[in-house]
Write a protein that binds this ligand. Structure first.
Ligand SMILES: [Zn+2]
Ligand SMILES: [Zn+2]
Length: 230
């Protein structure tokens, strides 16, 4: 119970490799997905252009035509492993982040964050504008946090970082609050106004609202034989 360390407890035993998670993909397709995962997570923007993925595939001797590439990318989209990101890029779908969580945390420890609010794995999200502060938040968590601030004080302009208290980037605040109003996303999670220390993680993955919903709605193809060791 060392509070200075970050522990990750993964409740569900998903296979580290994509091909073992979804046997309907060939090994080559799985290798492509893992390449996409790597390119996205190691990119500072946490997104990648399809063209870069294709070039990288060719550079890695995963022989494939442009047409085949288009087809497999469409399938990754359809199966909710990836989705469209900003400026014609692709990003990881919440399904990929949740189901491949342990693999991502083991493999890309230095390229990922924990959300300051919910403490869960965060790939893309908001970051504090104070360069000496390392606070990151999921957009949905930030929305609840900012919403609570806007409801609890009459000063609608005061949206401090939960840790360093520097005023949060106004564009971020406006954008997440706008999204919240239009989608009216509800949640039974309690927002937190004070910093949530990164601490041993014991909560289950499946009480998060948005992410989980999309994951649950996507049909998983489960092949049982020889695929549930450990
Ligand atoms: Zn969060
Ligand atoms: Zn901060």
């Amino acid at each position: 119970e060392n509070e200075n360390d970050i522990y990750f407890v993964c409740i569900q035993n998903f296979k580290p490799q994509f091909v073992k998670m979804d046997c309907s993909y060939t090994e080559k397709e799985a290798a492509i997905f893992e390449k996409i995962l790597e390119l996205i997570i190691t990119n500072d923007e946490k997104c990648i252009a399809s063209r870069v993925v294709f070039e990288s595939i060719l550079a890695n001797d995963l022989k494939m035509t442009q047409k085949e590439f288009g087809e497999i990318m469409a399938r990754f989209h359809r199966d909710k492993w990836i989705e469209s990101g900003p400026h014609n890029t692709i990003i990881l779908h919440a399904r990929a982040i949740l189901e491949m969580q342990s693999f991502i945390m083991d493999t890309y420890r230095d390229d990922i964050y924990n959300c300051q609010i919910c403490t869960r794995l965060l790939i893309r999200g908001l970051v504090c504008s104070n360069s000496s502060c390392d606070v990151h938040m999921h957009r949905s968590c930030a929305a609840r946090y900012f919403l609570r601030l806007s409801n609890s004080t009459n000063k609608k302009s005061a949206y401090p970082c939960p840790t360093c208290k520097k005023e949060w980037n106004k564009n971020d605040v406006d954008s997440v609050l706008k999204t919240t109003k239009t989608t009216n996303e509800n949640s039974d999670q309690q927002p937190t106004t004070t910093a949530v220390n990164k601490r041993q993680r014991t909560s289950r993955n499946n009480n998060n609202s948005t992410n989980n919903r999309s994951v649950r709605s996507s049909a998983r193809q489960v092949i049982s034989e020889s695929d549930d060791d450990n």
